[in-house]
Design a protein around this ligand. Structure first.
Ligand SMILES: Cc1cc2nc3c(=O)[nH]c(=O)nc-3n(C[C@H](O)[C@H](O)[C@H](O)COP(=O)(O)OP(=O)(O)OC[C@H]3O[C@@H](n4cnc5c(N)ncnc54)[C@H](O)[C@@H]3O)c2cc1C
Length: 413
């Protein structure tokens, strides 16, 4: 019999996290609101932007403080193996922790966990010396990273990137343009995927850690995305000189390493969508009970009940699928490269099933809330925009279906 309930150590972490949220994160959220108010800005939490569309440095600072405190309290690195200084949690265990962090909706709670900006399983390919220099500052939350793969002409088509790294003695010279990159504006270091051997197919790419202080590293404009997260932008690499000691893994190993990073983000969708989905479901249930139309709560109307029930069905199905799939992935072994072919199918299943279910959930949550659900700054409206976004980064819905089709023995790409 399979027991998918939280293990005792997960239960202990969830209890400790609850206290951490009350004692550390919520006071920081209140401090953020005070600081924004002092500047005459409305409290839009993670969505407070500067005039050029970049996330307010005040918000970023508080977000980093949450990460630093979370690292010190032992939560930020739960997803990394113990021999790297992490918590050694399995994917199934991480599911519950991620679900908890996102179940509070927006605000600073999700910053408890490493996300795009944080230490990640791709960096386990670093040597002991590199881990001390490049990974540990990320694990302490002292530094933040960006993952720079996408370019103006190539996103899904990873082997279509043009950023070039050419060896020069003990260094590499990197030239290229990275686009639609999360944390382009604030990252201290970018994990840059570059072509080192043109025409070598799956062996053509290599990953480098490029500090933002290096001459030739230039941040471009902030993009106004559907989420208005203020964190998405461009990075230009104008002949940036990087020591070979900043290379991640072997020359030519860039594609599998990049996929390790991407697969981690894909699997995190399980807990993220379960947490945010529950947040929207609870809010919509409550709203349907309170809001009256034609002399009675709208929750008494069967058409509105159906909206809420369909939210629940999507949430329950996606959550169950995530748990089952992450449990299977744990049984197959580490999900780093080389990946078991079944793990590829399962990881894409988690991503596309959650992203699409959560999009339907968010759409129905807006509908239950009527006009109020469409007002900017209502978390329901914000999460609807976030939900639409999720279906593209870290691999589109279509790319996930391609990979699942391949796992089912269909097609060759
Ligand atoms: C908010 C945000 C944050 C992002 N953050 C990062 C980041 O931190 N780092 C990073 O490197 N990138 C990041 N990206 C980029 C993101 O990963 C790409 O946008 C995504 O992979 C899709 O690539 P594309 O935009 O070039 O679209 P394309 O690859 O051009 O795709 C366009 C359409 O064609 C479809 N398509 C393409 N190829 C196939 C195929 N083989 N089969 C079927 N359909 C196909 C796609 O599914 C899509 O519908 C981010 C994007 C956004 C919006």
């Amino acid at each position: 019999m399979v027991d998918l309930s939280p293990t005792p150590r997960v239960q202990a972490v969830l209890a400790a996290l609850k206290q951490f949220v009350e004692r550390e994160v919520e006071p920081l959220e209140r401090e953020l609101a005070r600081r924004l108010e002092a500047r005459g800005l409305p409290e839009r939490g993670l969505w407070n932007l500067e005039p050029d569309g970049t996330l307010s440095p005040i918000v970023w600072e508080i977000k980093r403080e949450v990460a630093r405190r979370s690292a010190a309290a032992g939560f930020y690195n739960l997803h990394l193996p113990e021999d790297a200084g992490g918590g050694g949690f399995s994917r199934t265990e991480m599911f519950f922790v991620e679900e908890f962090a996102y179940s509070h909706g927006l605000g600073m709670k999700p910053a408890i966990l490493a996300w795009t900006e944080g230490p990640n399983p791709m960096l386990l390919a670093l040597s002991a010396e590199q881990r001390r220099r490049l990974l540990e500052p990320l694990m302490r939350g002292d530094r933040s990273a960006a993952f720079a793969l996408t370019e103006p002409q190539a996103g899904s088509d990873v082997l279509g990137i043009k950023t070039r790294a050419v060896r020069d003695g003990d260094d590499w010279i990197i030239r290229g343009h990275k686009a639609i990159i999360t944390n382009a504006q604030y990252c201290d270091v970018a994990q840059v995927v570059a072509v080192t051997e043109p025409g070598a197919g799956s062996r053509s790419l290599t990953v480098f850690m490029v500090e933002a202080t290096r001459p030739g590293f230039r941040r471009g404009a902030t993009y106004r995305t559907i989420m208005d997260d203020g964190l998405t932008g461009e990075i230009f690499l104008d002949d940036v000189r990087v020591p070979d000691a900043n290379r991640v893994g072997d020359v030519g190993q860039g594609l599998p390493l990049a996929l390790t990073w991407i697969n981690w983000r894909r699997m995190c969708r399980g807990g993220m969508c379960a947490g945010w989905g529950k947040f929207l479901l609870d809010r919509s249930r409550e709203y349907a009970r309170q809001r009256e139309a034609f002399g009675a709560p709208i929750g008494a109307l069967q058409t509105v009940q159906r909206l809420v029930v369909d939210m629940y069905l999507d949430w329950y199905a996606a959550r169950s699928l995530s748990l089952a799939a992450q449990w299977e992935i744990d049984r197959l072994g580490p999900y780093t490269i080389p990946l078991d072919p079944d793990a590829v199918r399962l990881i894409s299943t988690i991503k596309v099933a959650n992203d699409e279910a959560f999009f339907r959930i968010a759409d129905r949550a807006v509908q239950v809330h009527g006009g109020w659900g469409l007002l900017r700054d209502n978390p329901v409206e914000t999460l609807f925009r976030v939900a639409r976004n999720l279906r593209v980064p870290a691999g589109t819905d279509e790319i996930q279906r391609n990979l699942i089709a391949r796992g089912l023995g269909l097609g060759d790409r």
